[in-house]
Design a binder for this molecule. Sequence first.
Ligand SMILES: NC(=O)c1ccc[n+]([C@@H]2O[C@H](COP(=O)([O-])OP(=O)(O)OC[C@H]3O[C@@H](n4cnc5c(N)ncnc54)[C@H](O)[C@@H]3O)[C@@H](O)[C@H]2O)c1
Length: 362
Amino acid sequence: MVDFIGIERVRQLVDQAGAARLIEDLATEIAADFARWGEFDKSARHASHSAVGVIELMPTSDGRLYSFKYVNGHPKNTAEGLLTVTAFGVLADVATGYPLLLSELTVTTALRTAAMSALAARYMARRDSRSMALIGNGAQSEFQAIAFHHMLGVRELRLYDVDPAATAKLERNLAALRLEGLVVRRCASTAEAVRGADIVTTVTADKRNAVILEPSMIEPGMHLNAIGGDCPGKTELHPDILRRPGLRVVVEYAPQSRIEGEVQQMPADYPVIEFNELVAGRAAGRADATEVTLFDSVGFALEDFSALRYLHRLHRAQPGLHEHVDLVPALADPKNLFSLIGPAARVAAQERRPRLAAGTRS
Ligand SMILES: NC(=O)c1ccc[n+]([C@@H]2O[C@H](COP(=O)([O-])OP(=O)(O)OC[C@H]3O[C@@H](n4cnc5c(N)ncnc54)[C@H](O)[C@@H]3O)[C@@H](O)[C@H]2O)c1
């Protein structure tokens, strides 16, 4: 039997831990995995592009566990009442090749992206950072707000989205959370939101080379957490920001980021630092209080590996609530796969069918 984490189960797990704590725990797991970077199989994700979006597969392995994520990105979806980003994934045992866990990853992607953003900012943002502009107030935005409030001590959020309803939704959700000491300000433009902010998070969705941030908006000492530019032809920063002298750019995995990140706009030898170098102490995230730093985030398979393993551990710690899916046959004789569909098995298979659709609990 393969363990199963669906939307309801992930909701329970977040409820039990609390979103802020769960994000911080995830950040700890992700950091520990980046610290053993050399143990992982690494490849740029496999992307299948269409005129309206992308479907991507993100595999990795540390030699003991293997994982992959299926994820899409369709910015036009919200106009049709659908999410821009959905995802699911598998954690498997390398020794047998058997899947261990099939999990939703839509909510989990938002949690792990927020964890990764805040983790990078801990290395890169000024220690005294207290205000953050949050540009793009859609599905990912609450998770980013919670992570930066909890892990960085951000106490002022300046919100802007071209869709006022998205900002109103974010404001409502944040008000209900009553995050300690947090002041939320609605802004009339990106420029207004960014002015004077210590940290700028861009998490917009648009299938083009958008210019969310312009060079004139960038102030000394800012940390830019650019999340929404994550596909060829889909960026958020004016290229002159990347040409700014002394800009420090950190990416997750350079071969993938040069295809998908903001740095796709720059030549192949454009200098970037990989995040694992910060964790290992081989590079600094910031030189001084005036430097401008950019975390050019696209999302890397290792972050989903960490998240799947972490969720699996939480899930298995509560055996009563343990849900399975009937995905891999359990056979007395592994060479007799036909026993599952032969005449003798027909009755048992008929009985099993309704449980297949609903999943089963142990
Ligand atoms: N780097 C990562 O690891 C990672 C992970 C998840 C999602 N993403 C990316 O983050 C982005 C946001 O994802 P989401 O799930 O929140 O999408 P979403 O569609 O729910 O929200 C995006 C928001 O951006 C707003 N927006 C679009 N253009 C804008 C502009 N010019 N100025 C201000 N706001 C603008 C939209 O109105 C919308 O509210 C997507 O591009 C997605 O691909 C990246």
